[in-house]
Design a protein. Structure first.
Length: 253
């Protein structure tokens, strides 16, 4: 692998660690790294997309279509496409993922899910990474919840294993506005300090109806580098014909 290809591969692994997780039906887009335990209703689909740009000129554009289906039990399937620029080099990653809810969430109780997937270089087909995460959600009320993530990431080209972690808080301020704040990162042996540097994001979501929402997010070091990031994201939802879960119909978290 050449020096340029090595830089692209390494940048891709960092992008994977920061951007792969995607949230459930109501939270603030896959641009947020701390996931919730909820999954979408079987039969529903959505398309998440976002653009992120940093003060050091790094850039990423992401499209993440997903659908929830019943394969023995409900599972949410997604295929994230990431086009990114890091240190002047460009790359494209494809990242399929499957997510299962194990314990449903509810006010005053802990919900748990599990997701796993991989990441591939779109140009060469090289397997770049594998990952698995356990998100847990505790709902404080109809408008507030805490999300905790613990997981594993394998950087295949370097054969490095990392522990991933995250802590987030979601608060629905009004019927159409939601605020999210989170800290996340990865731990493990690395010859590049930025890989294991903790990261931070906070943002607001505007959701005027059940179908569409838009997010404005500020992040610090979201891909490990010493930079500030601004993200604009949208979500378009296609509900299941039979309707939506009660907490979505009422506008609650």
């Amino acid at each position: 692998m050449g020096q340029r290809a090595g830089r692209i591969t390494f940048a891709g692994i960092v992008v994977i660690a920061a951007l792969l997780p995607s949230d459930g039906a109501w939270a603030a887009n896959g641009a947020y790294a701390v996931d919730a335990a909820d999954i979408s209703e079987v039969g529903s689909c959505k398309v998440e997309s976002w653009l992120s740009t940093a003060t050091n000129t790094d850039f990423s554009a992401v499209a993440n279509p997903s659908c929830a289906v019943n394969i023995v039990r409900p599972v949410e399937l997604s295929l994230q496409t990431v086009r990114f620029r890091s240190d002047g080099d460009w790359g494209t990653i494809l990242a399929p993922k499957a997510k299962w809810n194990i314990i449903p969430t509810g006010i005053g109780k802990l919900g748990v899910s599990f997701y796993a997937g991989g990441a591939f270089d779109a140009a060469t087909g090289e397997n770049l990474a594998a990952f698995a995460v356990v998100p847990a959600t505790y709902r404080l009320s109809e408008t507030m919840r805490i999300n905790v993530n613990a997981g594993w990431l394998w950087d295949r080209p370097r054969d490095r294993h990392y522990l991933t972690y995250g802590l987030g808080f979601d608060w629905k301020l009004t019927d159409v506005l939601q605020w999210t704040i989170e800290a996340f990162g990865q731990a493990g042996a690395s010859d590049v300090p930025s890989v294991v540097r903790p990261r931070f994001q906070t943002g607001m979501r505007y959701r005027p109806n059940e179908i569409f929402s838009v997010d404005l997010i500020y992040g610090r070091n979201i891909t490990g580098e010493n930079a500030n990031w601004i993200t604009i994201g949208t979500t378009i939802r296609f509900p299941a014909p039979e309707g939506r879960p009660e907490h979505q119909r009422t506008g609650h978290l």
